[in-house]
Design a protein around this ligand. Structure first.
Ligand SMILES: [Zn+2]
Length: 387
């Protein structure tokens, strides 16, 4: 049996009473959370200065873009960023991509991350997933804005999905689902195919990451048309709803699909009111460092906290972030929103993320029977996995 104490222990939800001790077995499974006074007299407690918390959960990443680290300048806004990703992602060799993915997995683990929601457009990460030591839900993206081509566009993600679904691991959770890339890149027909593929499956979608998205849905104008030109898409058929993007497409998703809305940088208060009355299971995943990298803008985190809709955190890819670290995302939110308590931010980075990825039976909190990993954050903000 191993015993761990610290100046402050966060159990994934809240701070624990000072003097609390976590005990684990040799595999890292939590045996007990011992209140002060309940610790056996002969327990050899290892005490840490600083904070102990469960392993972090990175709800939104694109490991397959790791080779694009530093390749795209900051502050371009989303549409030019996406155009750069499209032209740049194929420029590296398979070996370079594989090395970058391996490095990104190692970096994630060093930064205390134990579970990842990982976007895939192809099978580049397939060979690295099984031995990553991470719990991974692979979100295979489907993209296709033109109604008539939906069946053709769905064939590719289906093929990718089948290869991921055939993979098994006894060490960590490996799951996958087919998801829409973003509302502005998925037609109503493609949404229907996604819904029908795995009823009740976990969905993730890039949501309101740029102001251009709501300009498209409200007024059928703006920068999104530059993207369509690049993709050779004639968007003339598109009918604006006059509402925000979220209010337009979310009703197309059946209630039984839980949805992770990623970014939400330009989400407005009326969207939150809409979400709360929608009856859907929704998580808001914030990637503040990537939003700053691409748009020089922060998501309205305080608004989200006040809304009561659950929030979790992601890093996005190394194409739009300097590192894959949930702790770094928390630090950025602290700088921009000093009123947000660290207790809440740690919950977003651990327990809420595990719930969003449906991995809370193993990760995200200190509770007997779980194996969440134990992260130590010292007074100089250095991260180490204790177990
Ligand atoms: Zn993304």
């Amino acid at each position: 049996m191993f015993y761990f104490g610290a100046d402050r222990i966060h159990n994934g939800y809240q701070w624990l009473e000072p003097g609390t001790v976590i005990s684990t077995d040799e595999h890292g499974t939590i045996v007990a959370v011992l209140a002060p006074g309940m610790v056996p007299a002969d327990a050899d407690v290892r005490h840490f200065e600083g904070i102990l918390c469960p392993g972090f959960v990175n709800v939104h990443c694109h490991l397959e873009l790791s080779h694009m680290k530093g390749a795209i300048p900051e502050g371009t806004r989303l549409v030019p960023f996406l155009q750069s990703v499209m032209t740049g992602r194929g420029l590296s060799s398979a070996e370079e991509k594989a090395a970058a993915i391996q490095q990104a997995i190692a970096e994630s683990r060093q930064n205390g991350i134990v579970a990842v929601g990982d976007i895939a457009n192809a099978t580049d990460t397939l060979l690295h997933r099984q031995d990553s030591g991470l719990h991974i839900h692979t979100f295979i993206e489907s993209i296709g804005f033109t109604e008539t081509s939906a069946a053709d566009r769905f064939a590719w993600p289906l093929k990718v999905y089948e290869q991921f679904a055939a993979q098994q691991s006894t060490r960590t959770l490996l799951r996958q689902s087919i998801v829409p890339h973003a509302p502005y890149s998925v037609s109503a027909a493609l949404f229907r195919l996604i819904n029908a593929h795995a009823p009740g499956g976990l969905l993730s979608v890039h949501n309101e990451e740029t102001a251009a998205e709501n300009e498209l849905y409200r007024h059928k104008e703006g920068e999104m048309f530059d993207l369509y030109r690049t993709l050779n898409i004639d968007a003339g058929f598109f009918q604006p709803s006059g509402q925000t993007s979220l209010q337009t497409y979310l009703p197309q998703l059946p209630d039984r699909h839980p949805v992770i809305l990623v970014h939400n940088t330009f989400m407005e208060e009326e969207d939150l009111v809409f979400l709360k009355t929608s009856g859907k299971t929704v998580y808001l995943c914030l990637c503040p460092n990537a939003n700053w990298y691409i748009e020089r803008r922060m998501p309205p985190a305080q608004l989200f906290l006040d809304s009561g809709v659950p929030v979790c955190l992601g890093t996005d890819s190394l194409a739009s972030n300097h590192e894959l670290s949930i702790w770094a995302e928390i630090q950025t939110l602290q700088q921009h929103f000093p009123a947000l308590p660290l207790e809440t931010l740690l919950r977003w980075g651990t327990a809420n993320g595990a719930q969003a990825l449906q991995m809370d039976t193993v990760a995200g909190s200190f509770a007997p029977g779980k194996r969440p990993g134990i992260v130590h954050i010292d007074s100089r903000d250095r991260i180490a996995m204790v177990q």
